[in-house]
Design a protein around this ligand. Structure first.
Ligand SMILES: O=C(O)COP(=O)(O)O
Ligand SMILES: [Mg+2]
Length: 225
């Protein structure tokens, strides 16, 4: 692929910037204990992340990526999860190796960067701040910023509009099929990370433009200053 210089780079959070599963799994399992139900563990939770905390709670309750719990159970469980995650969203989570270096390289080379996530804003902002990432982004679009979440293109188009950049001139960095679908529908270029969460599937099967093992590989595809 020929190197290019997008006018804007929009980066996914969970599974791309930050390994947030340890905190999410802790909260899922504490919730399950409070409900007198079996704990689910990190491996299961890793396959369920990517569609927001409400969908994660539903999946934990039914112990499957598909299906819906009874509304009564959900009404009991979801406030428990939210309360737990409020105090446990940046404790066990960590920034992936290479992320800071990659973003620093982009900024040194004149790139403008933003963050887009399906995580609700009440959790997104404190997590990015705790990990020292928040100030790197010109725009942060959370799961409840727009009427639709990824895989819908709306959050990406919203970010591009705020930045005054045409979608065809924008690049998304993500980890999941929702990122690929949202980027394709919005007209963004899309690079994906191999290390993230994609419901247990290989992200290569979703044909992003580029697949990378680390943000350190960005200079292989993006033009330097
Ligand atoms: O599922 C979530 O809460 C967020 O996931 P995302 O940051 O990968 O969009
Ligand atoms: Mg993700």
């Amino acid at each position: 692929m020929e190197k290019f210089k997008p006018g804007f780079v929009l980066i996914d959070l969970d599974g791309t910037l930050i390994d947030s599963v340890p905190d999410l799994a802790y909260c899922v399992d504490e919730m399950m204990k409070q409900l007198d139900m079996p704990v689910r563990g990190e491996d299961a939770v890793r396959d369920w992340v990517g569609n927001g905390v409400q969908r994660l709670t539903e999946r934990a309750l039914v112990n499957s990526v598909d299906g819906m719990p009874d509304q009564d159970l959900m009404d009991k469980a979801y406030p428990i999860f939210l309360e737990l995650y409020k105090d446990n969203n940046a404790i066990r989570s960590s920034v992936y190796p290479g992320v800071l270096e990659g973003i620093k390289w982009m900024k040194e080379n004149g790139y403008r960067v933003g963050c887009v996530t399906n995580k609700a804003e009440a959790f997104t902002v404190p997590l990015l701040k705790d990990k020292g990432l928040y100030d790197l982004f010109e725009v942060v679009v959370s799961g409840d910023t727009c009427a639709e979440k990824k895989p819908h293109p709306m959050p990406l188009l919203h970010a591009a509009k705020l930045m005054g950049v045409e979608p065809e001139n924008a690049l998304m960095l993500g980890d999941s099929q929702s990122d690929v679908k949202a980027a394709r529908a919005a007209g963004f270029h899309i690079f994906c990370m191999t290390y993230g969460y994609n419901h247990g599937e290989d992200i290569r099967d979703y044909n992003p433009d580029v697949v990378m093992d680390s943000f350190m590989e960005l200079p292989n595809y993006l033009v330097a200053k």
